[in-house]
Design a binder for this molecule. Structure first.
Ligand code: FES
Length: 159
């Protein structure tokens, strides 16, 4: 391949292939991140994408955030909160990952509740449209224990 007509790539810049190779993230995923505004590049005169070296750190940040289960919108908001599109520094990382920890705790609690409700349903089998805990997650009846709720709803129990 002949790049002689193109400006040489500065040492601080990487091609999409180099980013992919070093990060282990597929080129298609990197292009997707770019379309979503999570990373950015400049174009050479030959219309080739060139990425700043610190894009590697942004990609690592995105992958870790995705593993934690953060949405692309949340990841973008986190990256957009950094000045001048710079990659997350150590202090940024501590601040953002700490907030994700809270989010993760919340989701774990939700999953544990879901597991307990499913366990109750496994032992029940009513699949009632009115009272099944999983079918009516916000139903007040569903907060009063496991099993077929309607049988437990009794004025003497609700005093
Ligand atoms: S099957 Fe869900 S509460 Fe009975």
């Amino acid at each position: 391949m002949n790049h002689s007509k193109d400006h040489p790539t500065p040492a601080s810049e990487l091609t999409v292939g180099q980013i992919a190779e070093r990060s282990g993230v597929a080129v298609s995923a990197l292009h997707f991140y770019e379309r979503q505004g999570l990373i950015s590049s400049r174009r050479t005169t030959g219309n080739q994408r060139r990425y700043r070296r610190d894009t590697l750190r942004r990609v690592a940040f995105i992958r870790v955030a995705q593993r934690v289960g953060m949405s692309l919108a949340d990841i973008k908001a986190a990256l957009d909160s950094l000045p001048e599109g710079r990659p997350p520094g150590k202090a940024d990382w501590q601040r953002l990952s700490n907030s994700w920890r809270s989010e993760l705790d919340h989701r774990i609690a939700q999953m544990e509740k879901l597991r307990d409700e499913l366990t109750g349903c496994i032992g029940c089998g009513c699949l009632s449209l009115d009272t099944c805990t999983l079918f009516n997650p916000d139903d007040t009846l569903s907060t009063e224990g496991t099993g077929p709720r309607r049988l437990l709803v009794d004025d003497t129990l609700r005093s």
